[in-house]
Write a protein that binds this ligand. Structure first.
Ligand code: HEC
Ligand code: HEC
Ligand code: HEC
Ligand code: HEC
Ligand code: HEC
Ligand code: HEC
Length: 428
């Protein structure tokens, strides 16, 4: 036996320590706390009309994720304030009104709202498309998260304009476990080392030892050998390669995700001014949105309908006039862009399904510069198809389908039930 036993044992323990730390560190991106259906609120009564019903809370979470998450978290400041205990700062009717019409509330001179605005210096978009009970559901979820947060939530890192990492999740607990395990291993190693030295000392006093036994006894731990041993080097390289792969796959998953993208445009056209303040209908400019796959971008002639009379002397108008004279389009920079492999149809969603633009584009009426609010990933489409009921009202085409569906299921007919999850519906 040429290699020392101690060397082998130590190198094995080392490797075990490394591998187990790595194995647990792996988990943090993928495990999601599933405390969402937990309806055991600790404070018995609901705060002023908020509910502790699990269904309401689940609906609130969904609405929060769809409409508020890009700017708010419960326990952390994002773009807007942390919402924890907001239902104690203000009463529910005030909150409903503020969430629906924040800008109006601020402009009305409401002292609290004005102070908030001074601090954050940014308007929150209107949410007048939400019903009162939907806002109550959101606040109920906020209350649940305040009292009883979903396991160790890491606050979203989203700043306005930076794409958010969709795989981000709760890793606090796992980090805790890894640290505990590592500490345990260190303790075990220390105990073993102590035992080893006690035994060695005891045996050293023993006279009747054979030559071979004494050789083993007098062996020194050879750190150099451990560090250069093939097993150790192999395992370290493995861990290194695996870590690099993990980082690389995480980066790849978010490639092409452009949430928050808001490029500068050749003319600073403001939706806030045109669609918000002057209340010009979206369809006046994006007039194909109910008829075709694409929502058209208006040409300079549409602008001229008004701007041959309005603001005729501004340098921005000169850009429009030049485009008209030369009969060439204004080179708008595209904001939303699905890859060619995916098929998306506006008419289907706006006309047939009756969805409001805000569902997917956020509140464009408040945007000075158009921003991509939704993820536009496959998961985003699928998620909505799983949750959204088909709008079958007054649509004869759906009568038969609805009848069939209700025979087999008591659940409402969702988009997934009419084939909204079939690959071929969205992929050419
Ligand atoms: C585009 C960013 C944005 C979105 C989206 C957004 N908010 Fe806000 N919110 C803010 C900002 C900024 C403030 C601070 C007040 C201000 O400056 O207008 C705020 C303030 C609030 C407040 C008052 C907080 C306090 O401490 O009193 C509440 C409540 C609130 N938001 C709820 C919501 C809810 C509910 C949603 C989703 C339905 C939502 N917000 C969506 C940006 C946003
Ligand atoms: C007066 C004309 C006009 C009106 C009204 C208008 N838009 Fe637009 N919209 C434009 C122009 C011009 C662009 C291209 C420049 C830009 O992105 O800002 C555009 C761009 C967009 C984009 C981004 C397109 C892309 O490149 O991905 C969306 C989404 C959008 N509009 C939605 C809306 C919605 C929703 C409404 C109604 C609330 C609306 N628009 C009202 C003129 C208009
Ligand atoms: C179900 C989600 C959804 C709804 C509802 C929706 N859009 Fe879109 N919109 C998208 C997606 C996805 C794209 C990107 C399409 C692409 O790249 O092919 C887009 C792109 C656009 C564009 C860029 C041009 C184009 O068609 O690619 C405009 C303009 C636009 N939307 C306006 C609107 C307006 C106005 C409404 C409301 C009347 C609306 N959208 C409703 C999802 C939606
Ligand atoms: C339905 C009428 C209407 C249409 C259509 C319209 N605008 Fe406007 N636009 C206005 C009004 C009203 C103002 C505000 C003028 C003021 O502030 O005095 C305005 C202001 C502007 C401004 C800011 C003023 C400036 O000098 O910079 C720009 C830029 C602008 N529009 C660009 C466009 C573009 C580009 C289009 C076509 C995509 C367009 N508008 C279509 C009504 C319209
Ligand atoms: C806000 C919710 C929502 C989002 C987000 C959404 N959809 Fe839909 N989608 C619907 C609804 C509702 C219908 C049902 C329309 C109908 O009644 O035919 C539908 C129908 C469809 C259909 C027709 C399905 C069928 O069986 O006839 C296709 C294809 C489709 N969506 C593609 C997409 C793609 C691609 C995306 C993402 C880029 C997307 N959708 C995002 C709500 C959504
Ligand atoms: C509701 C619409 C929808 C359905 C159903 C759907 N996809 Fe997709 N898929 C998309 C969209 C949108 C993208 C582009 C996402 C992006 O750019 O991030 C995509 C992207 C992809 C990609 C490219 C990889 C990527 O993530 O960019 C693959 C592969 C794919 N889908 C396979 C499938 C398969 C297999 C099915 C059936 C099990 C399916 N899809 C069903 C909408 C859909």
């Amino acid at each position: 036996m040429s290699k020392s036993i101690t060397t082998r044992i130590l190198s094995f323990l080392f490797a075990f320590l490394l591998v187990s730390m790595f194995a647990f560190a792996q988990d943090d991106g993928t495990t999601q706390g599933n405390g969402t259906t937990d309806n055991t609120t600790q404070t018995g009564g609901a705060a002023g009309g908020l509910s502790d019903n699990a269904d309401v809370i689940a609906k609130g979470e969904e609405l929060f994720n769809g409409n508020c998450k890009q700017c708010h978290a419960v326990n952390a400041k994002v773009v807007g304030p942390a919402l924890a205990k907001v239902y104690e700062r203000r009463n529910i009717p005030w909150l409903i009104n503020f969430i629906k019409y924040p800008q109006k509330t601020i402009e009305s001179g409401d002292a609290y709202a004005v102070a908030l605005y001074k601090q954050y210096n940014q308007f929150m978009p209107n949410h007048d498309f939400l019903k009162d009970d939907e806002i109550v559901a959101i606040l109920s979820w906020v209350k649940k998260e305040t009292d009883n947060p979903t396991v160790a939530k890491t606050p979203p890192t989203g700043e306005p304009g930076t794409p958010q990492n969709p795989t981000e999740s709760n890793s606090g607990l796992l980090v805790g476990i890894v640290v505990a395990l590592a500490t345990l291993l260190v303790v075990v190693l220390a105990v073993l080392a102590m035992l080893g030295s006690v035994l060695t000392k005891y045996l050293a006093k023993e006279k009747a030892l054979s030559e071979a036994d004494r050789a083993i006894l007098e062996q020194k731990v050879e750190w150099g050998k451990i560090l250069t041993s093939r097993g150790f080097v192999g395992i370290v390289s493995f861990v290194f390669v695996a870590l690099v792969l993990k980082v690389a796959t995480e980066a790849l998953v978010t490639i092409g995700v452009q949430q928050g993208y808001a490029p500068d445009q050749p003319i600073p056209f403001s939706h806030k001014l045109h669609a918000g303040q002057y209340e010009i209908d979206c369809k006046y400019c994006h007039h194909t949105v109910e008829k075709s796959k694409h929502a058209s971008i208006p040409g300079p002639y549409v602008c001229m309908n008004c701007h041959n009379a309005i603001k005729t002397t501004s340098p921005n108008m000169d850009l429009i006039y030049k485009a008209v004279e030369n009969d060439e389009p204004i080179q708008w920079v595209r904001v939303h862009n699905l890859p060619d492999l995916a098929y998306f149809n506006h008419a289907q969603h706006v006309k047939v399904a009756g969805l409001d633009c805000t569902n997917c584009h956020g509140n464009i009426k408040e945007m000075e510069v158009v921003q991509q609010v939704s993820l536009l990933t496959m998961g985003w489409c699928i998620d909505c198809h799983r949750k959204t009921e088909v709008n079958a009202k007054g649509n004869g085409y759906y009568d038969n389908l609805l009848e069939m569906h209700s025979k087999y299921s008591k659940q409402p007919m969702k988009v997934e039930n009419i084939g909204g999850l079939e690959c071929s519906k969205c992929h050419y």
